[in-house]
Design a protein around this ligand. Structure first.
Ligand code: AKG
Ligand code: FE2
Length: 297
């Protein structure tokens, strides 16, 4: 029977990176304090209570999903900025781009009687156009409730990021991300996985999904609509930058204020939207030779 490795909350970045490389999935136990779990629950439940179930096999007829977690939940903002997770995202995705961004937020609550989700690779959201040599995602699922095989713990196929795309796992190659509330599952965009079957009669399984992607890719959840400027202005510069109110390289993601006739907010980095004074006019070309050589790849 396949299984996922568990690390302690004081594990090193290298231990995590090594498991991402070999298995593409691992659990860090108890990374969130128990008082934070209660706060997180109270912030999410008003939205989960009124949400309706999915409408197809993939989203699940007994599963609820809510998004906009950066705008809606202070606890989710803290989780998204977790230092260890951000260091792993940066280092893991470093070979494939010049930075990373928060790409998707969702609380997924698998209700009693839900069937198992089809195994898939999350990189499929980009339509299969990304070459396999590019790993686009470092994803997390924070356990808000305990995750058990019975209540729908995520199915993960360790090592399947190295498999031929058509190979399917046998039952004993599938691991279940069983973990206590407050633990976190890390997995990549290329590993086969899917929601688990919930065979309980009354136990829901809730996880907070925070996915980090290369910053040159389109985000799955549109952060500028899910966390628009009028909400983002009251958040920290760090979280704003993480969700995309920042540039992803020399010019990627700049903006111009459509109402500005003073030319001050012309071709500037998005951080300036929240500042009285512009401090980063269209940055100077960092290294013309490098830019040209990259453009010829
Ligand atoms: O709910 C889960 O455990 C996994 C869900 C998932 O992988 C997805 O919806 O893409
Ligand atoms: Fe998925």
């Amino acid at each position: 029977m396949a299984s996922l490795k568990h690390l302690n909350s004081d594990c090193s970045i290298d231990e995590i990176l090594s498991l991402l490389e070999s298995d593409a999935g691992l659990i860090i136990d108890n990374l969130m304090a128990s008082e934070e779990i209660d706060k997180l629950n109270s912030e999410l439940s008003p939205y989960l209570e009124t949400d309706s179930y999915g409408r197809d096999d993939f989203t699940g007829f007994k599963t609820k999903r809510i998004g906009a977690l950066i705008a809606r939940s202070d606890s989710c903002r803290k989780l998204a900025l977790n230092e260890k997770i951000n260091r792993v995202s940066k280092e893991y995705l470093d070979p494939y781009g010049d930075g990373y961004q928060l790409h998707f937020t969702s609380a997924v609550c698998i209700g009693p009687g839900e069937s198992k989700q089809i195994l898939h690779r999350d990189r499929g959201i980009w339509g299969g156009y990304l070459p396999r040599k590019v790993e686009p995602l470092m994803s997390t699922i924070w356990a808000v409730t305990d995750f058990t095989k019975e209540n729908g713990a995520t199915q993960i196929v360790p090592g399947s990021h190295k498999w031929d795309k058509d190979r399917l796992p046998s039952e004993d190659e599938i691991a279940y991300a069983e973990m206590t509330a407050g633990s976190v599952l890390l997995y990549t965009g290329t590993v086969l996985h899917g929601g688990g079957e919930n065979t309980t009669s009354s136990e829901a399984r809730t996880g907070v999904f925070l996915h980090y992607a290369l910053n040159w890719l389109r985000q799955e959840e549109n952060q500028y609509l899910s966390c628009p400027p009028e909400i983002a202005k009251d958040l920290s510069p760090e979280i704003r930058s993480l969700i995309g109110y920042s540039k992803g390289g020399y010019v990627l993601g700049f903006y111009s204020d459509p109402n500005d006739k003073s030319a001050v907010y012309e071709s500037v980095s998005p951080e300036n939207m929240f500042k009285a004074e512009v401090d980063d006019n269209f940055s100077l070309l960092p290294n013309p030779e490098e830019l040209v050589s990259k453009s010829n790849k």
